[in-house]
Ligand binder design. Structure first.
Ligand SMILES: [Zn+2]
Length: 248
């Protein structure tokens, strides 16, 4: 039925795995002010504090308790079994999609598991914590790596590739994303403009001004496996009800 699918995932899908993420309501992320830990200015002011913050997030991700949930696993299954094109775009900086098995994945806000050379922009996998010992191998003298995280005031990663995928997709699904942070909040408009079906999966009630054609309210870990089942069976989303989902 569908030939090209774009999936956007946000904080909601990670939250169901027990990860706390930035909440824009209070401007805090794990009790830290956003301007201190998620802006280039905050990093320039106090790089050690910012490194410590991301090290704590890195440790939380590797504490053995945080695991991909059924929604992450269902998207990995979709990648393996779907005959058409699929691109998963995530706003999350954790590696839960990768751990579930996703490979065709774009981290538009960067990755917690990587550091980046500030000069060449080359990225390096971090096998342990950040610190002054973490330097690039691309420059002489070696540069201190910065977190490979897109901060406020910086350009998201891969926008050209995302734009191209949205221009040609016939299904766009947004999962667990607030729909308030641009440019991601505008992806649905592009998909609608090109005639794609647009589907939203969210724990909180959909904004009544939402641009999505179809809204599903409930847990991603319950809804997404059913959506993937329908797509792989060649069914059109919305024709059959899903359990655990309020169609709002
Ligand atoms: Zn370098």
């Amino acid at each position: 039925m569908y030939r090209q699918i774009v999936v956007l995932t946000g904080a909601g899908i990670s939250a169901e795995s027990g990860l706390r993420t930035f909440r824009d309501q209070d401007g805090l992320w794990e009790e830290h002010k956003i301007e201190d830990v998620a802006t280039p200015e905050g990093y320039a002011r106090d790089p050690e504090m910012v490194e410590r913050f991301y090290n704590e997030r890195w440790q939380q991700l590797h504490n053995g308790k945080i695991e991909p949930n059924a929604a992450h696993k269902a998207l990995a299954r979709l990648e393996q079994e779907f005959d058409g094109q699929l691109l998963v775009v995530t706003q999350n900086i954790d590696d839960l999609h990768e751990r579930a098995g996703s490979r065709r994945l774009l981290h538009m806000h960067g990755e917690l598991t990587k550091g980046r050379c500030p000069r060449s922009h080359q990225t390096f996998l971090l096998t342990d914590h950040f610190g002054v010992n973490h330097t690039c191998t691309c420059c002489i003298p070696a540069q201190r790596l910065r977190p490979h995280v897109v901060w406020f005031g910086e350009m998201p990663i891969g926008l050209d590739r995302i734009q191209h995928a949205l221009d040609t997709c016939d299904l766009f699904i947004a999962i667990g994303t607030s729909g308030t942070v641009y440019p991601a909040a505008g992806f649905v408009d592009t998909a609608n403009h090109h005639g794609a079906q647009t589907v939203e999966v969210n724990l909180v009630p959909a904004d009544r001004h939402s641009q999505f054609q179809y809204h599903l309210q409930g847990k991603a870990s319950e809804i997404v496996p059913q959506l993937v089942e329908q797509i792989l069976a060649g069914e059109v989303i919305g024709e059959k009800p899903l359990s655990g989902a309020a169609n709002v």
